[in-house]
Write a protein that binds this ligand. Structure first.
Ligand SMILES: [Zn+2]
Length: 337
């Protein structure tokens, strides 16, 4: 009975299509499954005598092992047939590069910040991040901003107490620096500033960069040259600059810095209201009163200062319509850079 079954299995195995995994599995179930032929043999053991049982059991187990081994072998063959078939169809190109992983991109404000630091550090400027919280002296008083100046209004400034506020500009950092360093001074103050302000082009928090140069014989011409080079660095070699008379409490004379419109290259368009120019910052010669406040001899030294917003530059350069996009953390927006 056992030898007959063994022969039957051998013959069926030889007729099985070994390239077909399903056929091999069918064969396994027929012999070794719960109701398989080999399993059935064991069920008949109850009818045997006590002497016959162990002999029969041993033979059945041997058969079971033999069948299992043969089927395992057949399965391996079937799997390798299947792989060969897949490869021969030619749809798998193992030379194709794998799928790339996304690591994100650097933030446009970060890129501009790095460029600014790079430009001024190369020109010999010290970089100072300053502090977010200033006292009235550093944020206003020392900068020649009188008590009744509109920028001191509660509606513009985030006051923390009567004498402490979130800085409304990075200018206070320059006062700290002048108190601790003697001329010649070449430095930029860089970082976040805070104002009670919010519309399409203004945010309660934005980044500012302000520069300061103090030495003997510093002139307005040097200021113009420095900022003209800087504008070319930010907006390309063809960028032109112009200086419009203006007023700031801490510089005299003061000027607005305009750069040729990035949208129309200075020809005039809707974005620049037909003027061909866009304002990017303010600048001027340091007011002697500021020097007096920090103990620098205003008869001996002159200086210039300038300032601009990083967010505004990012908006101009990348044609970003809303300042809030820069801090909204929307991946669809950030992935464009
Ligand atoms: Zn324009």
């Amino acid at each position: 009975m056992i030898s007959e079954l063994k022969e039957q299995f051998q013959s069926e195995l030889s007729q099985t299509n070994l390239s077909d995994e399903a056929s091999v599995e069918g064969l396994r179930l027929k012999y070794l499954g719960k109701k398989g032929l080999v399993t059935d043999l064991l069920k008949g053991m109850g009818a045997l005598s006590a002497e016959e049982r162990p002999v029969f059991g041993k033979q059945v187990n041997e058969l079971k092992e033999e069948v299992s081994e043969a089927i395992e072998h057949a399965k391996e063959k079937a799997a390798s047939f299947a792989m060969e078939k897949k490869l021969s169809v030619g749809k798998m190109d193992i030379s194709l590069p794998g799928e790339g992983y996304k690591h994100g991109s650097t933030h446009p404000l970060y890129n501009i910040r790095e460029e600014i630091i790079d430009f001024f550090a190369n020109m010999g400027f010290h970089v100072d991040l300053g502090r977010d919280i200033e006292t009235d002296w550093y944020n206003f008083e020392a900068l020649n901003t009188p008590k009744d100046h509109p920028s001191r209004d509660m509606q513009d400034t985030f006051y923390l107490s009567q004498n402490a506020m979130l800085r409304t500009h990075t200018s206070g950092t320059q006062i700290h620096y002048m108190e601790n360093n003697k001329p010649p001074i070449k430095m930029i103050a860089l970082g976040h500033v805070f104002r009670v302000d919010a519309d399409a082009t203004h945010a309660p928090m934005f980044q500012q960069c302000e520069g300061l140069v103090v030495d003997e014989n510093i002139t307005f011409a040097q200021l113009k040259g420095t900022l003209a080079l800087f504008a070319q660095k930010l907006f390309g070699e063809n960028a032109k600059t112009r200086f419009r008379p203006s007023f700031f409490p801490f510089t005299e004379p003061s000027a607005e810095l305009d750069v040729s419109c990035v949208f129309c290259s200075g020809n005039g368009c809707r974005k620049c209201k037909g003027t061909g120019w866009m304002e990017i910052g303010g600048c001027g010669s340091v007011d002697p009163a500021v020097f007096e406040n920090v103990g620098i001899d205003s008869e001996k030294y002159t200086g210039f200062a300038f300032g601009f917003g990083l967010d505004r530059i990012a908006m101009l350069r990348h044609h970003i319509p809303e300042i809030s996009l820069l801090t909204s953390n929307d991946q669809r927006f950030l992935e464009q850079f």
